[in-house]
Design a protein around this ligand. Structure first.
Ligand SMILES: Nc1ncnc2c1ncn2[C@@H]1O[C@H](COP(=O)(O)OP(=O)(O)OP(=O)(O)O)[C@@H](O)[C@H]1O
Ligand SMILES: [Mg+2]
Length: 302
């Protein structure tokens, strides 16, 4: 299978300082990929390198198997988005800025199409306002509208929710999820771990310019073979469980019992055994860790 984006052994230096250190990353088609890391980890440097705004010392970047840097240092077809806050001409309106961007890409769109793109990001009413008066959130939305003029294969968003109010954060989340439904893959960097937890399919954690962990969000946040069983009465259920081999009761909270399974036992075995012994099982859920806990464990700071 061809990955959508592959980054291999990417190294970027600023003088003697190594900002990206032999970094590897893979983004799959159709996913939302959350790029995490503390301040100065190298997220913006990595995204800028993907856009060709910075040239790496070494390494390979491929979009759908095609090398994209440093062959196209300006723009790469199929890849769009922004790093930091997107830049616009402040004395021009939103619509005029979009028109100019389209012309620069040697494309022409009707005003109706551009109005549609603005409506898509909730800026329909601001189409004829000068961008100089826009808030950070409005500029970010306009940045997305610009990126969607020619729908990209991969949309790259550097901290799309920073500087947004709670409503703006919610709108951005819904927009990102809607774009995914439309087939746009999204690579976003963020400091808001709870946000990433709500939308990302996969997560990459970078620190000191290195990829220290890359995995599916579900793989990171679930503990293997560990489940919570909610029962009507925990006391008889726990004594029942302790008389059988193959499961370990880790914790009991109210009428919820955390059970670690051994390879000989499945979730269905536990459920059957409880029900056959007249314990009502009201719910079964895998044990979940918050992304924040995982992040601190991996990065090693508290
Ligand atoms: N143009 C530059 N010249 C010199 N050093 C730079 C330059 N750009 C970035 N750096 C350094 O590279 C490192 C990575 O910076 P980068 O902006 O990529 O981090 P980041 O992960 O995006 O951080 P943040 O979460 O604060 O946005 C930092 O130590 C930064 O000081
Ligand atoms: Mg940054």
């Amino acid at each position: 299978m061809t990955h959508l984006l592959t980054v291999r052994h990417l190294t970027k230096k600023f003088g003697t300082f190594t900002a990206l250190d032999n970094l590897n990353m893979t983004v799959e088609e159709g996913e939302i990929y959350g790029l995490l890391g503390p301040n100065g980890a190298g997220k913006t440097t990595l995204l800028s390198t993907l856009f060709g705004l910075l040239l790496p010392e070494s390494g390979k970047i491929q979009l759908k198997g095609q090398n994209i840097t440093p062959a196209h240092p300006e723009t790469t077809p199929g890849l769009d988005g922004f790093v930091d806050t997107p830049a616009f001409y402040p004395h021009l309106t939103a619509l005029e800025n979009l028109r100019l961007s389209a012309r620069r890409r040697r494309h022409q769109f009707s005003d109706k199409t551009m109005q549609q793109r603005l409506a898509r990001v909730g800026l329909a009413k601001a189409a004829n306002r000068k961008v100089g008066g826009f808030s950070t959130g409005m500029k970010k939305r306009l940045g997305i509208a610009r990126s969607l003029l020619i729908p990209p294969k991969l949309l790259i968003l550097d901290e799309p929710t920073s500087g947004l109010d709670p409503n703006g954060v919610k709108d951005m989340r819904q927009l990102v999820l809607a774009l995914k439904q439309e087939g746009v893959s999204i690579l976003l960097s963020s400091h808001v771990l709870s946000e990433v937890e709500q939308i990302a399919d996969r997560v990459g954690i970078i620190d000191h310019g290195r990829m220290v962990r890359e995995d599916k969000l579900s793989a990171l946040t679930t503990t293997p073979n560990t489940y919570w069983f909610k029962v009507d009465d925990a006391t008889p259920a726990v004594s029942l469980l302790s008389s059988y081999d193959g499961f370990v009761v880790d914790r009991v909270e109210g009428n919820s019992i955390q059970i670690r399974l051994t390879p000989q036992r499945s979730v269905a075995d536990v459920n059957r055994m409880l029900v056959q012994n007249n314990v009502n099982v009201l719910g079964i859920e895998p044990e979940k860790n918050h992304l924040e806990d995982i992040f601190f464990r991996i990065i090693g700071i508290h």
